[in-house]
Design a protein around this ligand. Structure first.
Ligand SMILES: NC(=O)c1ccc[n+]([C@@H]2O[C@H](COP(=O)([O-])OP(=O)(O)OC[C@H]3O[C@@H](n4cnc5c(N)ncnc54)[C@H](O)[C@@H]3O)[C@@H](O)[C@H]2O)c1
Length: 415
């Protein structure tokens, strides 16, 4: 089929490549020159499995909006809906809560719809961007002309594995406004995979998307709380607890996101929690559950700061290893290890923060307190200076070391 993309950012470009890999004829447009350069130079600046290989061979044409509309039977719209940086999850969350910023999406959809009206031919337009329930009907639909057949189809993908997650999803979530447009989209998806095509209202789809992300944060907040208990209860170990809980796979679901470690991070989860907290307050929900998830993350990070300080030796040097929000990526958005650094700064401590995937230059490491903030495999081989203390929330460093002390969080035998 002839497919178009309006917005070729971190989600749009890998998905466009995945669609092309299934034999579709893909064109795209983005307002950013940076994106144009990425496609023309065929070089992706962020870590994304498969994407670089596919881009090297890709024939995706970067063009203008008029050509995208002319060319395409279906147009995907993955335009950003950012949260104010205050709500990214790398600082304490402010008392005030806000919704996402929809200005880019509103402006992009208006221009797209105007172009569709100009060409006076019906087009299926599928919004992918994350929005809170009610947004599409209230803020987007009133701007659109009669030829724009809108659908809402958020993806459950993780940065770093976007193409794989798009091609092999658990299910396809589809918010329907126009049945014929949904049928066209379903036909398209049958060329991609056989995953369940879950059709529902636009508002349900909006709510399911953010609930899914928040559910992941809930699992992480829950298991990290148990990890902290294991740290303080004799003869307990968080990994043994997780290994047992994972066996409860009929009533407790899967073991994914159930390993104790750092708080949830990335460009989607913390901000979705905070946005839902805003919505909970707006709707006067009896308990702002989403606030609790974020507070768990923030308060536990405070506890980690105290653990670092308790273990300092004289005026020790403090190091955080890892800046990215999860292993095998260089993306630092919403990173819990940057939150840790910011909370250390509140105590007047300037830690050296280093990530081999982000920084070109390695600092000069001295004896000090080391905190493993990202579970990059390379840290298993890290040469910690003699006399150092290593705090390891992932329990990746063997506890029996001659030259340095290891504190494995959630492994109370170490406490
Ligand atoms: N990246 C992910 O892993 C992911 C996963 C699920 C959902 N999402 C959601 O998808 C949306 C996009 O996320 P992203 O990470 O790709 O953001 P991004 O900022 O990397 O990409 C958005 C792109 O849209 C472009 N754009 C903005 N206005 C435009 C316009 N009028 N016309 C054409 N292009 C325009 C921007 O220049 C940018 O390149 C967000 O709502 C996000 O929450 C992202």
């Amino acid at each position: 089929m002839k497919i178009g993309f309006v917005g070729l950012g971190k989600l749009g470009l890998p998905v466009a490549l995945a669609v092309e890999s299934k034999g579709h004829d893909v064109v795209g447009y983005d307002i950013s020159d940076n994106v144009k350069n990425i496609i023309e130079a065929k070089k992706i600046p962020y870590k994304e499995i498969w994407a670089q290989d596919y881009l090297s061979k890709s024939k995706i044409q970067f063009t203008n909006l008029t050509n995208v509309v002319e060319h395409s039977e279906i147009i995907f719209v993955p335009i950003q809906t950012p949260h104010d940086p205050l709500y990214e999850g790398i600082t304490r969350i402010p008392e005030e809560r806000v919704d996402f910023d929809y200005t880019y999406l509103i402006s992009g959809m208006k221009k797209l719809s105007d172009e569709i009206e100009k060409q006076d031919k019906e087009k299926v337009v599928i919004i992918i961007s994350t929005v809170l329930p009610g947004t599409i009907r209230q803020k987007i639909k009133p701007l659109l002309g009669k030829n724009t057949k809108i659908c809402y189809n958020p993806f459950f993908i993780a940065m770093g594995t976007t193409m794989k997650d798009f091609l092999y999803p658990e299910f396809i979530l589809f918010g329907v406004d126009d049945l014929q447009a949904a049928n066209t989209a379903e036909k398209f998806y049958r060329t991609i995979n056989n995953a369940t095509f879950f059709k529902t209202t636009i508002e349900n789809a909006e709510l399911i998307k953010v609930s899914y992300n928040t559910f992941i944060s809930t699992k992480i907040a829950f298991i990290n709380t148990i990890m902290e208990m294991c740290h303080k209860l004799p003869n307990t170990n968080i990994d043994d607890v997780t290994n047992a809980l994972m066996l409860g796979n009929k009533r407790l679901i899967s073991g994914a996101y159930l390993r104790g470690g750092m708080g949830d991070g990335g460009g989607c989860h913390p901000r979705d929690n905070i946005a839902l907290s805003w919505l909970a307050r707006k709707l006067d929900i009896s308990n702002d559950f989403f606030d609790q998830i974020m507070k768990q993350r923030e308060k536990q990070t405070e506890w980690l700061v105290n653990l670092m300080l308790e273990n300092s030796i004289n005026n020790d040097n403090f190091y955080i290893l890892g800046k990215s929000f999860k292993p095998e990526t260089n993306i630092t958005t919403g990173s819990p290890s940057i939150l840790l650094d910011n909370l250390l700064k509140e105590k007047g401590i300037n830690a050296t923060v280093y990530d081999p995937y982000v920084d070109e230059k390695e600092p000069n490491f001295k004896k000090g307190v080391y905190f493993i903030g990202t579970q990059h495999d390379v840290f298993e081989q890290f040469e910690f200076p003699k006399g150092s203390v290593v705090i390891d929330p992932f329990r990746m460093i063997n506890k029996n070391q001659e030259d340095f002390k290891v504190i494995r969080i959630g492994d109370s035998n170490e406490y």
